[in-house]
Design a protein around this ligand. Structure first.
Ligand code: NAD
Ligand code: 6OD
Length: 488
């Protein structure tokens, strides 16, 4: 069987580019080869940015808002028409269960275009009448104009969902984009090129270049002076590197970065619903969700009961064939990432953790023995300064610790350089409200987790990000607000 090639998508056409270099894309379930991926050189990134600029100055800018949004609805419909193709591509790249990808990743890929088409159709501007010395007056009004060519640099954990979460609003606001998908998950961004063409998106509006970060497509793209702004989702340390590049030319950034998210569970919570929510927050997508919970603080009276129930939840997860509807846990994204996660499992044991469940590599039958599987894992008994409690692991694991007062819970939750998300579990609404106000994060869930309304502001505090996207908040990043003063 011939090996497939994953190509760049530049100016409406697939191309192998000019670098002559390729890299392997492998299935994390069994480490078999999916495709050889073309790696973009500087010339390929240059071609993509050039195409994006030409489209911006050409046909894309001449469309009316109604025409542009109709095209975005067609993109959403196109994803839905090719649902199975997107699903298969995402499942191959990530190993996530079809149950998960078919309910979250792929539907959100379509929804991200629809919601932002709706948002931009309903934006109103501001205007101010002002007096002038000659008495005739002046009218100030604001215009929102596209920011330009946007670089979209993506991670691997929710590839289509997180990429379209940026491309949807960028295109809705009239920008053009050059996307750099994660080297681990190049397939769905590539497939989207076909949908863009079928939906009538002018060539050059949506471009995809493949490669790695440093000294590869990612760095070439964010360093390119033809890029007007950079939206990035990934690790905080990568955000720091990109921000240095963005400083050249004083380009704007929107960053969704790492987290070490706490959950705070009070004794009066609905324990069954809490276990269900925390089980998802710790283990969904094999713990590879930036909003996931890796620190769980539980009020002492329910600590033992909670821990036993969470252990049972972890042990009920079924690993295996992603196409089997009984499968609830996939592998990690790669053997390399598994090495990182396992190093924290070893660190936990070196730091004297009590292992409640998991802690290693599961016994997987053929053909999965070569895959990047890891056991869902729970610890207690670590001190708060252990790297296991301080650093983002991005695996299916959590540390659970008891607390004795609301003040202590808030102090523990806030003791981190990150500030992405938290969840609070209690039936006391006043307390929930009080605690929510004190935990420094961008996103707080009370008695739920990852319940998303795409109109709401999304982003992180502290080292978890810069800026907010979602609904009208996305317009702050994807448009320039221009004031016009008309002397009457
Ligand atoms: P990563 O930072 O390693 O890579 C993300 C992307 O950046 C990849 O496409 C990579 O090739 C590229 N890249 C790496 N170095 C670069 C450089 N110097 N210049 C330009 N591009 C570069 O992140 P990851 O491992 O793919 O994803 C996991 C991380 O993403 C976790 O830290 C997770 O918390 C975070 N994340 C955050 C959010 C959020 O909303 N806050 C969402 C998803 C993931
Ligand atoms: O739901 C979203 O829009 C979003 N940005 C989710 C991020 C998940 C992180 O892994």
């Amino acid at each position: 069987m011939s090996t497939q090639t994953t190509r760049h998508f530049i100016n409406g056409a697939y191309t192998e580019g000019t670098s002559g270099r390729t890299f392997e894309n492998r299935r994390p379930i069994d480490n078999t080869l999916i495709s050889q991926v073309c790696e973009a050189g500087r010339a390929d990134v240059e071609a993509a940015v050039h195409a994006a600029r030409a489209a911006l100055n050409g046909p894309w800018s001449r469309l009316t808002l109604a025409e542009r949004t109709e095209i975005l609805y067609a993109v959403a419909a196109g994803i839905e028409q090719r649902f199975e193709q997107f699903l298969e591509a995402e499942v191959a790249d990530t190993g996530k269960p079809v149950n998960l990808a078919s309910h979250i990743d792929i539907p959100r890929g379509a929804a991200n275009f629809r919601i932002f088409a709706d948002v931009v159709k309903n934006v109103s501007g501001e205007h101010f009448d002002m007096p002038t010395p000659d008495g005739s007056g002046a009218l100030n009004y604001s215009l929102r104009v596209p920011k330009g060519v946007i670089a979209v640099v993506c991670p691997w954990n929710l590839p289509l969902l997180l990429m379209t979460w940026k491309v949807g609003p960028a295109l809705a606001c009239g920008n053009s984009v050059v996307v750099k998908p994660s080297e681990e998950t190049p397939s769905t961004a590539t497939l989207l090129g076909e949908v863009m063409n079928e939906a009538g998106v002018p060539h050059g509006v949506y471009n995809v270049v493949h490669g790695f970060g440093p000294d590869s497509a990612g760095e070439f793209l964010v360093s390119h002076p033809g890029v007007d702004a950079i939206t990035f989702t990934g690790e905080t340390v990568t955000g720091e590197a990109i921000m240095q590049r963005a400083a050249l030319g004083v380009r704007d950034v929107s960053f969704e970065l790492g987290g070490k998210n706490p959950a705070v569970i009070f004794a009066d919570c609905d324990l069954e619903a809490t276990i269900e929510g925390i089980g998802r927050a710790c283990f969904a997508n094999t713990g590879q969700v930036c909003l996931g919970t890796e620190r769980v603080y539980v009020e002492r009276p329910v600590f033992d009961e909670f821990l036993a129930a969470l252990k049972a939840k972890a042990e009920s997860l079924t690993l295996g064939d992603p196409h089997d509807t009984a499968t609830t846990l996939g592998p990690l994204i790669s053997l390399e990432h598994r090495q990182k996660v396992l190093s924290y499992y070893e660190q936990a044991s070196a730091d004297g953790a009590t292992l409640i469940t998991g802690g290693g590599i599961p016994d997987m039958a053929s053909p999965y023995a070569q895959g990047a599987w890891v056991e869902p894992t729970i610890w207690t008994g670590l001190s708060e300064d252990s790297p296991v409690v301080r650093e983002e692991i991005f695996g299916p694991c959590c540390h659970v610790r008891p607390f004795d007062s609301e003040e202590e819970a808030v102090r523990l939750a806030n003791d981190t350089p990150y500030g992405l998300a938290t969840s609070i579990w209690t039936q006391n609404a006043a307390r929930a409200h009080r605690v929510a106000a004190q935990i420094t994060v961008g996103i707080t869930w009370i008695n739920c987790w990852f319940l998303r309304d795409l109109r709401t502001p999304f982003g992180g505090a502290k080292q978890s990000g810069i800026g907010r996207e979602g609904g009208v908040h996305s317009l702050e990043f994807y448009t320039e607000l221009r004031n016009v003063c008309l002397k009457l």
